[in-house]
Design a protein around this ligand. Structure first.
Ligand SMILES: [Zn+2]
Ligand SMILES: [Zn+2]
Length: 350
């Protein structure tokens, strides 16, 4: 099969690779669509890029082949790659923190230097027409979801996870910083969780329009207002109880604390790799709770699939382009420079 192979920093070429064969307890999935994730872009443009791997973890598809020992699955089943099943044995599972068990596996793999080759990490390999994945990581896709929705379950689950951990109460005023894919999914989950009003700060016009279309009461350009906390308080009828920082840049962490009401909660959802300047006196005097969330648990996946099915979460408006598999390297280059895209899906069958 033809697949985009990562050889080094900003060096990805489409070439012939062997079709994957399932190992024990693994299956091969024919990929429908696979979303380009910010984390893939980060790896692509970093010193860690290389290893001849095929990336892609945001995919849905159909099982075409079962490895030895796989039970409960058949060829033809529609699936997404979900987090590993909790082991029920580690210190995290013993405490009921099943999503940390999943992180723990990832950390172990990172410490062992395991390369994120097809099947080794969460559904890696989805930019290729066929991907190999451990059966323990599969989750069933109901008939009510189309292939684009299936590819968006993974990023949407990040929003579900963040709102679930945020402590947001019904009737809260909510602010969202950044309306990229994660911000747009978080916005919808905050509304579904009963936010009284939601306001969003977002510089890109296209993303701002999407935030409005997906239910934000107010959207403004953060550099077009003199006073961002004041703009949020005006829009919401008071300062927000919960602020979701989905911008993924260092500067917004302190801004989120400046924006939230005294005693409020800040939820860090976006990932930034640079040091963030903070003013501790503001944190202390506001008695703010700052919490971080990463990824999701299997339960978040189940919730996400159910919300997509009933329409309380929409993913298709977030998809702004679909590119053929052969154009994956060009799409990565395009997404590294300023652009108006939100979620780009790869169609590896084309
Ligand atoms: Zn992702
Ligand atoms: Zn565990």
């Amino acid at each position: 099969m033809k697949a985009p192979v990562l050889h080094g920093r900003r060096n990805m070429t489409v070439e012939d690779v062997p079709d994957p064969a399932p190992g024990d307890q693994e299956v091969v999935v024919e990929v429908g669509f696979c979303g380009i994730c910010g984390s893939d872009l980060h790896l692509y443009d970093s010193e860690m890029a290389g290893g001849g791997i095929v990336m892609g973890h945001e995919f849905g598809g159909v099982i075409v082949e079962l490895g030895r020992g796989v039970t409960g699955w058949e060829p033809g089943d529609r699936v997404v790659g979900a987090p590993m099943k909790p082991c029920m044995n580690c210190p995290f599972c013993v405490r009921g923190e099943y999503d940390l068990c999943y992180q723990h596996y990832r950390l172990d793999a990172a410490r062992a230097g395991t390369p994120p080759a097809g099947g080794a990490s969460l559904g890696s390999g989805g930019y290729a027409p066929f991907a190999r994945i451990g059966a323990a990581r599969l989750m069933r896709v109901p008939d009510g979801l189309d292939e684009q929705q299936a590819a968006c379950v993974e990023p949407a689950a990040v929003g579900v996870h963040a709102v679930r951990l945020s402590g947001q109460q019904i009737g809260d005023r909510v602010a969202v910083l950044g309306a990229g894919p994660i911000g747009l999914f978080t916005l919808q989950c905050a509304i579904a969780a009963g936010a009284r009003r939601v306001a969003v700060a977002e510089p890109s016009q296209r993303r701002a329009e999407l935030a409005r279309a997906l239910g934000a009461d107010t959207v403004f350009h953060p550099r077009a207002v003199a006073d961002v906390p004041g703009a949020f308080a005006d829009a919401l009828g008071g300062p927000p109880d919960v602020v979701f920082d989905a911008a993924g840049v260092p500067a917004t962490l302190q801004q989120a604390v400046d924006v939230v009401r005294p005693g409020g909660r800040v939820m860090m959802v976006g990932v930034s790799f640079d040091a963030a300047p903070v003013r501790p006196s503001v944190w202390v005097t506001k008695r703010v709770t700052v919490r971080a969330a990463f990824a999701y648990s299997r339960a978040d996946y189940e919730t996400t699939i159910a919300m997509l099915e009933r329409g309380s979460l929409q993913s298709n408006p977030v998809v702004t382009s679909i590119v053929p598999g052969a154009e994956t390297p060009a799409a990565f280059e395009r997404l590294l420079s300023p652009n108006e895209e939100v979620k780009v899906l790869v169609d590896p069958r084309r």
